[in-house]
Structure formats: structure tokens, C-alpha cells
Design a protein around this ligand. Structure first.
Ligand code: 5GP
Length: 347
């Protein structure tokens, strides 16, 4: 047994220190980023990603977010036919297909997952991103799966995770991931820290994993734990290339969830609700590691988008950063007590 006692920080442990700046207005900040990935494919957009969860990563959400240049990780429970129908709708309505991300599951039947992915990605041309995510990205089996998917889709931008430490970030990049998805335990409907006692403070996770990834020409996506626009700004400030958001995007008209008693359900993908729906209940050898919350309806996601983008722009102007990449260079954090208000209905 060993104890690491150097300080590890969460979003709520810091604030961004303002600095003198030559920027005159928030309008001068450009949130778009153009990235050339190791697989050879490039993408231009705002590097914020709606999580590939039910209630968040829906086709309705993608239609709204793509026009802002924001990515949507489409959840893995749509059928082939639902994909083809949505794709036709997207094409006829001018939706930017390059802002969709396809999720490949890693179930007990990987052959079928790969077959489904190949069928959909062949038919739905223009999708650049593939996400391969599991709760625990530390297994050999997962690393081998990433290698396998890389061989099948040599030019897709692969986002893979989740891990929280340098050595596994490096391992996944060497296995073929362009972007490593980082975060274990910070999610608003995640209970892993309580059930398993496992996790890592998210701000430190970003600082350490980004350093490891950037040394290998890779990238990281901070996944989970953003409860307000300021947290998204802090994630970019710490070095995240992408920020994935679940709870802040949940509870909107675009959630494709049926309201219950005037509230919109939102549940973790490892919660009892999700397992009852998709896997015939929680298997006897495991415990649910997610919970269900009922959210006040938040209306259209457009308002939330404006808050998030406005918040990140504001952070950039406070430190004199013209764009998201510069935010990391210009950012100095000061440590504070944990006391930031949660105004976005997630915790
Ligand atoms: P949020 O933005 O809501 O704080 O975090 C979203 C992230 O939480 C997702 O992208 C995913 O990584 C994680 N997540 C979603 N459902 C579950 C779950 O049931 N259990 C755990 N441990 N994490 C979850």
C-alpha cells in the first residue's frame, strides 16, 4: 500500500486569476479550433462535446448543437434504421455531419458492435469521430479493442477512455487513440467514488494527462464534473483539448425523454435505470455505479449553449486569450475554498 500525498485539485478548488489584457470585447474571442489529428484527419469546430448518454447524446441535440460548431456524442442505443433515418433528415436540413460522433460499444459481443459501426459509418458518410468508452479504461482487453478499431477505421478520429493517469493516457495514444477521454468519478450522475472508492480530482487529472498526451502529439478530452460554464473554462485553462458535458446539457427539450410529473429524468449509463432498460437489470456480480435524477425542464438547449460559450469567452477576455488554445497558456489558477454555487441543476 502507498499513499500519494501531493495536492490534487478539482474545479471547485481553484479560480482563474484575471490578468491585464489587450482584448477590447468578448466578440474578439474565437472559440473555434482547427485540429489535425495523428490519424491524418482534421476538424474545425468548438471543442465542446455533448456526452454520449441517453438524455444528452440524442439526434435532436446534435441537430441543435452542430450549427454552433459543437460536437454531439450520439449514444449507442439507436438502431441502424434510426441512424439512417436521422442521417437523411440531417442531410436535407443542412446539419453539419462532421459534428457527430459515433459511439462503438464494448459489450460481450464486440463482433456485432464492429459490424454495426461499419454498416452505419459506411452509409452515413462524413462522420469523422468514433468514441470507444468504458467505465474502466485500464484493462488490457480495452487497449486491444482500441488497436482493433484503429485497424478497421484508419482515418477516423478515435476518442478512447476513460482513464485518469499519465501512463494510461500514453498507452491509449500508442494503441491508436487520437484523443484520450479522461475522468473517472466526477460525473453528475456517477457514483463510482461512493460505490468503489475510485476516482481522481478532475483538474489535476487534466493537467497531468494533457501533459502526457501533448508530449506524444495526442489530445485529451476532459469528461465529467462541469457543473457551470466556469468549470468548462477551467477545464480548457488546465489544458483540455475537448470538454465533454453531460448534466449541463440534460433536462432540455432535446433530451428525447418522457416527462414524469413535470420533470425530465436523467440517469447514469451504469445506473439501475439504464441497466434495467438495456441489460435486463443489474447483474448479480456487480453494483450500479450511477444514479437517476429528476430535473426541472430547462427549455431549449440554445440558452444553455449561450451561457457556456459566453462563459468561456468571458474567461478568455479576463486573461487576455484570443482563443481556447491560448486560454491554457494565459491561465494561472489560484487555490480557493470549495464554495462555488451550482446554478445548473447538476452537482
Ligand atoms: P457530467 O457532465 O454529467 O458531470 O458527466 C458526464 C460523464 O459522466 C459522462 O460523459 C460519463 O463519462 C460519466 N457517466 C455517465 N453515466 C455514468 C454512470 O452511470 N457511472 C459513472 N461512473 N459515470 C457515468
Amino acid at each position: 500500500m502507498k499513499i500519494e500525498d501531493d495536492v490534487k485539485l478539482d474545479f471547485c478548488d481553484v479560480l482563474i486569476r484575471p490578468k491585464r489584457s489587450t482584448l477590447k470585447s468578448r466578440k474578439e474571442v474565437d472559440l473555434y479550433r482547427s485540429i489535425q489529428f495523428p490519424c491524418g484527419t482534421s476538424w474545425t469546430g468548438i471543442p465542446i462535446v455533448a456526452a454520449n448518454m441517453e438524455g444528452v447524446g440524442t439526434f435532436s441535440m446534435a441537430e441543435k448543437l452542430s450549427k454552433h460548431g459543437i460536437l454531439t456524442g450520439i449514444h449507442k442505443y439507436y438502431t441502424e434504421q434510426e441512424w439512417f433515418d436521422a442521417y437523411d433528415h440531417f442531410i436535407s436540413n443542412g446539419v453539419q455531419i462532421e459534428n457527430l460522433m459515433y459511439t462503438v460499444g464494448m459489450t460481450h459481443d464486440p463482433y456485432n458492435e464492429v459490424r454495426k459501426a461499419t454498416e452505419i459509418l459506411t452509409e452515413c458518410k462524413g462522420i469523422k469521430f468514433i468514441c470507444i468508452d468504458v467505465a474502466n479504461g485500464y484493462t488490457e482487453k480495452f487497449v486491444d479493442y482500441v488497436k482493433h478499431i484503429r485497424q478497421i477505421f484508419p482515418q477516423k478520429i478515435i476518442m478512447a477512455g476513460n482513464v485518469v493517469t499519465r501512463e494510461m493516457t500514453e498507452a491509449l495514444i500508442l494503441a491508436g487513440a487520437d484523443v484520450v477521454k479522461i475522468g473517472i468519478g466526477p460525473g453528475s450522475v456517477c457514483t463510482t467514488r461512493k460505490i468503489a472508492g475510485v476516482g481522481y480530482p478532475q483538474l489535476s487529472c487534466i493537467i497531468e494527462c494533457a501533459d502526457a498526451a501533448h508530449g506524444l502529439n495526442g489530445h485529451v478530452m476532459s469528461d465529467g464534473g462541469c457543473t457551470c460554464p466556469g468549470d468548462v473554462a477551467k477545464a480548457f485553462g488546465a489544458g483540455a483539448d475537448f470538454v465533454m458535458i453531460g448534466g449541463m446539457f440534460a433536462g432540455h427539450n432535446e433530451s428525447e425523454m418522457t416527462e414524469l410529473n413535470g420533470k425530465i429524468p436523467f440517469y447514469g449509463m451504469s445506473s439501475k435505470s439504464a441497466m434495467d432498460k438495456h441489460s435486463g437489470g443489474v447483474a448479480q456480480y456487480r453494483a450500479a455505479e450511477g444514479k437517476t435524477v429528476m430535473l426541472e425542464p430547462k427549455g431549449s438547449v440554445e440558452n444553455t449553449v449561450q451561457d457556456i460559450l459566453g462563459g468561456v469567452r468571458s474567461a478568455c477576455t479576463y486573461v487576455g486569450a484570443k482563443n481556447i488554445k491560448n486560454l491554457t497558456k494565459c491561465c494561472t489558477f489560484v487555490r480557493v475554498n470549495r464554495q462555488i454555487n451550482n446554478v445548473f441543476g447538476v452537482s
